[in-house]
Design a protein around this ligand. Structure first.
Ligand code: PLP
Length: 399
């Protein structure tokens, strides 16, 4: 690999022949052994905001950091390789990536069909920002692909799904929905934050654009905020690149470096997150104080077969209901010692939260109840600690 050297260009992607874990380590960071090159094995953090040119009319490969930056490019190449995408763009947050995509694909009068169980911030973006510009969203239970098709209107330009969803771990059949959107000429966007490309690759299943919050599993250490878009359509990529440069939501060089560093262990981390989450889910499922456990890896999950058919693992997030009142749920959460009571997910440490009062507080109570987010529902992001320690902590807090 090292001898191939050079910076891989988007689209050339010869490294696709390598396995996922190999690409997670090497893609975008091939060692350059050409005359005069450093031979460094890690992509450098390039901090210059502007680049010199020899002649007025002849800019070099780099001009200005908002437009291109070598560290960000290394990350974009790695991300594209991992999602089996031709093109990748890295943004200053997941929501910045979403905003740039929505601005590129939609205009006043357009309509979005979205999964009714959606990341709270995405729903807020649709309802409280884009609605002001004449872009309307309607929400359907996308566990049933037919309901997605039924919701399409002449003005629908985009279908937006997550699978598994947040926080109810419902699945959408990405292949079936992609077949519908392709037939109807609508763009399919999949937010792949929960499983990461390690476990699920929506572009291979027919999606048009993959969205990521790098802040979660891809960064993996709860210390960097970022987002990404991955896609195969060259024209759309060029438009997104133009829009990103025009609106400015790029990922800074330091954060690009941190994400590159985190990505190298993605395969290892996802394996451990998945093992630990399954063990915790099985433990909770048997506990008398727990009334239901939602995790696609459990045989009791209504879409367990679909989970196995479209992904190679089940991820590290699960949700469950404790019996009793909201106060009982709060007491349990506050008695935990190892699980940290905090929003977010996807880091090496285990986090736990109460969606109705934390991550999904911006979703109205009636809507929360309609889709199944009860006031006692608890969401867990299972980390990579020793699973015996995690279970012991749950045991003492459940009492
Ligand atoms: C966190 C998250 C986002 C938003 O990403 P930020 O990086 O926080 O802006 C979008 N979708 C999902 C599923 C998320 O978990």
């Amino acid at each position: 690999m090292a001898q191939e050297s050079q910076h891989m260009q988007p689209g050339s992607a010869p490294a696709q022949a390598f396995g996922f874990a190999t690409r997670a380590v090497h893609a975008g960071e091939e060692v350059d052994l050409r005359e005069g090159a450093t031979g460094e094995v890690v992509a450098a953090i390039h901090l210059a905001t502007t680049y010199a040119r020899r002649k007025v009319a002849e800019p070099g490969r780099y001009e200005y950091v908002r437009l291109q930056n070598p560290t960000r490019e290394a990350l974009e190449l790695k991300l594209a390789s991992l999602e089996n995408a031709q093109y990748g763009l890295a943004f200053s947050s997941g929501l910045a990536a979403e905003t740039t995509l929505l601005l590129a694909l939609l205009k006043a009068g357009d309509h979005i069909v979205a999964f009714d169980d959606l990341y709270g911030g995405t729903r807020r973006l649709f309802e409280q920002i884009f609605a002001n510009f004449g872009i309307e969203a309607s929400y359907v239970d996308a566990t049933n692909a037919q309901l997605v098709e039924n919701a399409l209107k002449p003005a629908t330009k985009m279908v937006w799904i997550e699978s598994p969803t947040n926080p109810l771990l419902k699945l959408a059949d990405i292949r079936a929905i992609a077949e519908i959107t392709r037939r109807r000429g609508v763009a399919l966007v999949v937010d792949n934050t929960f499983l990461s490309p390690c476990l699920q690759r929506p572009l291979d299943l027919g999606a048009d654009v993959v969205v990521h919050s790098l802040t979660k599993y891809l960064g993996g250490h709860s210390d960097v905020l970022g987002g990404a878009l991955l896609l195969n359509d060259k024209q759309l990529y060029e438009r997104l690149q133009f829009n990103q440069n025009s609106t400015g939501a790029v990922l800074p060089p330091f954060d690009s470096y941190l994400t590159l560093r985190g990505l190298k262990t993605l395969a290892l981390r996802m394996e451990q997150h998945g093992k630990n989450a399954l063990a915790v889910a099985r433990y909770l499922e048997k506990h008398p104080r727990v009334s239901r456990v939602l995790y696609p890896g459990l045989e009791s999950h209504p879409q367990h077969a679909l989970a196995k058919a479209q992904a190679s693992g089940f991820g590290g997030v699960l949700s469950f209901d404790v019996k009793g009142t909201v106060a009982d749920a709060e007491n349990f959460l506050e008695r935990l010692r190892l699980f940290t009571l905090a929003e977010s997910l996807g880091g090496v440490e285990s986090l736990i939260e109460l969606p109705a009062q934390m991550t999904h507080v911006s979703v109205e109570k009636a809507e929360r109840e309609k889709i199944g987010i009860t006031d006692t529902l608890i969401r867990v992001s299972v980390g990579i600690e020793d699973v015996s320690d995690l279970i012991a902590d749950l045991e003492q807090a459940l009492g």
